[in-house]
Design a protein around this ligand. Structure first.
Ligand code: DCP
Ligand code: CA
Ligand code: CA
Length: 363
C-alpha cells in the first residue's frame, strides 16, 4: 500500500497557549519573547499571534523592532518554556494513542504514518486528520494545521500551505500541480543561501527545480543535497516515519568585534549568540542539561568549559553560568586574549521524556 503521511504543526504555539489560558488576550497583538535581561527590552520574539503578524512581527525579530511595529494595546509576555513543554508532551501523548508510527519533530510538530490506520484511502485520511484536529481542540483549546500527502516532505508543505487552522490533503495525482508554482524556499531544507544560489541559475519555483538534472544539482550542491533536491522537487522523496535518536548538542560560535579579554565585552557578543541558540533549543523537543563555553584564543587554541544547568533553565540562568565559566577561564591565564566565542547546549533530553516529569513540578 502506498504510504500516507500526516504532518501536524500547532498554530502560533507559544502565543496560542497563552491565549487559551488568558482569553482576554484574544484579538490583541501578542508576542511571547525570550528576554536576554541586559536591558528591559533586549531579546527576541519567540512566537507572535496572527494579529501581531499583520503588523509585520515575526519570530526571531528583536523585541525592540517588534515594539516599533506594534500598537499600544499589544501584549508582550516572557516565554514559559516548561509550561509549553508540558502542553506539548500532553498533546503528543494524545497522538500516540492512535497507535500509528509517529515522530515528534519539534515542540509543536509531529509526523505520523497513517497508511495502515486509513487503509491507504485518502478520504479516510482526511477524516482521520479532522479527528486529530477535533481532539486537540477539545482537549487543549488549540488549533493546528495539518497536511496529508504521500510522504513527509509533501505533508509538511501541505501543513504550511494553509495556516492557521488549515487542513490540506495532497493526493499523489495532485502532487505535481501542488508543487509546480510554489517558490523554492517553501521546500523543507531550502534556506536563504540555497535560495540565492538557485536564483542565480534562474531556478525560482519548485517546478523549475524539478526540471534540473541530477548532474547539474550535484555540481551546485554536492551529492547528498542534490539527491534530496532532485527527489523532493519531484514530490518523491520518501522517508520511513520512526523515532530518531536525539542530537548530541546544539551550538553557535561567533567572532568578537575585536580581540579582547574584557568580560563585559565578550558577554555582549556571547549573549546575542546564546539567545539565538537558546531560541532554537526552545523550539526543538529537547532540554539541555549542560551548558558549554567555547573560547577560541588569538593563538587559535580552542578551549571549552562546561557546567550543569537545570533542565528548562531560563536564558538568564544560562547567561549567568556562561559568565562564571568565562571569568574563571580568563583567571587561569592573564595573557589569554579571545578572538571567537561560542555556546554549546549538550546533554539534550527530550521534553516529552519520562525523566522530565518530576522536573516540571519543581516549578
Ligand atoms: N520558536 C522560537 N524561536 C523561533 C521560532 C520558533 O522560540 N525563531 C518557538 C516558538 C513557537 C514554536 O517554536 O511557538 C514553534 O515554531 P513555529 O515556527 O511552528 O512557529 P509558531 O508555532 O509560533 O507559528 P506558526 O503558526 O507559523 O506555526
Ligand atoms: Ca513548527
Ligand atoms: Ca507552529
Amino acid at each position: 500500500m502506498p504510504r500516507i503521511v500526516l504532518f501536524l504543526d500547532l498554530d502560533y504555539f507559544f502565543a496560542q497557549v497563552e491565549e487559551v489560558e488568558n482569553p482576554e488576550l484574544r484579538g490583541k497583538p501578542l508576542c511571547v519573547c525570550v528576554f536576554s535581561g541586559r536591558t528591559s527590552d533586549s531579546g527576541v520574539v519567540s512566537s507572535a499571534n496572527y494579529v501581531a503578524r499583520r503588523f509585520g512581527v515575526k519570530a526571531g525579530m528583536p523585541i525592540k523592532a517588534a515594539k516599533k511595529l506594534l500598537p499600544e494595546e499589544s501584549v508582550i509576555l516572557p516565554v514559559r518554556l516548561e509550561h509549553y513543554a508540558t502542553v506539548s508532551r500532553q498533546i503528543m501523548a494524545n497522538l500516540k494513542k492512535f497507535n500509528t508510527p509517529l515522530r515528534v519533530e519539534s515542540i509543536d510538530e509531529a509526523v505520523m504514518d497513517i497508511t495502515q490506520a486509513v487503509g491507504g484511502d485518502y478520504i479516510e485520511a482526511e477524516k482521520f486528520a479532522k479527528k486529530v484536529k477535533e481532539i486537540i481542540r477539545a482537549n487543549f483549546g488549540l488549533t493546528c494545521s495539518i497536511g496529508v500527502g504521500p510522504n513527509r516532505v509533501i505533508a509538511k508543505m501541505a501543513a504550511d500551505y494553509s495556516k492557521p487552522d488549515g487542513l490540506t490533503v495532497v493526493k499523489p495525482e495532485n502532487v505535481e500541480e501542488f508543487l509546480r508554482d510554489l517558490p523554492v524556499k517553501n521546500l523543507p531544507g531550502i534556506g536563504a543561501k540555497t535560495e540565492t544560489l538557485l536564483a542565480e541559475h534562474q531556478i525560482k519555483t519548485i517546478g523549475d527545480l524539478s526540471r534540473q538534472s541530477l548532474e547539474k544539482l550535484e555540481e551546485l550542491f554536492g551529492p547528498k543535497k542534490a539527491q534530496y533536491l532532485y527527489l523532493a522537487s519531484r514530490g518523491i522523496y520518501d522517508e520511513v516515519i520512526e523515532e530518531r535518536p536525539p542530537p548530541k548538542q546544539l551550538s553557535k560560535i561567533v567572532t568578537l568585534k575585536r580581540n579582547t579579554r574584557e568580560v563585559e565585552e565578550v558577554m555582549e557578543t556571547l549573549a546575542a549568540a546564546t539567545s539565538e541558540a537558546y531560541s532554537r533549543l526552545a523550539s526543538s523537543k529537547f532540554f539541555a542539561s549542560k551548558i558549554g563555553l567555547i573560547a577560541i584564543t588569538t593563538r587559535l587554541e580552542t578551549i571549552t568549559r562546561q557546567a550543569d544547568i537545570r533542565l528548562g533553565a531560563t536564558l538568564d540562568e544560562v547567561l549567568r553560568s556562561l559568565r562564571l565559566l568565562l571569568t574563571k577561564l580568563l583567571e587561569t591565564d592573564e595573557k589569554m586574549m579571545l578572538r571567537r566565542v561560542g555556546v554549546r547546549f549538550s546533554g539534550l533530553k527530550p521534553v516529552s521524556g519520562q525523566t522530565s516529569l518530576n522536573i516540571f513540578s519543581e516549578g
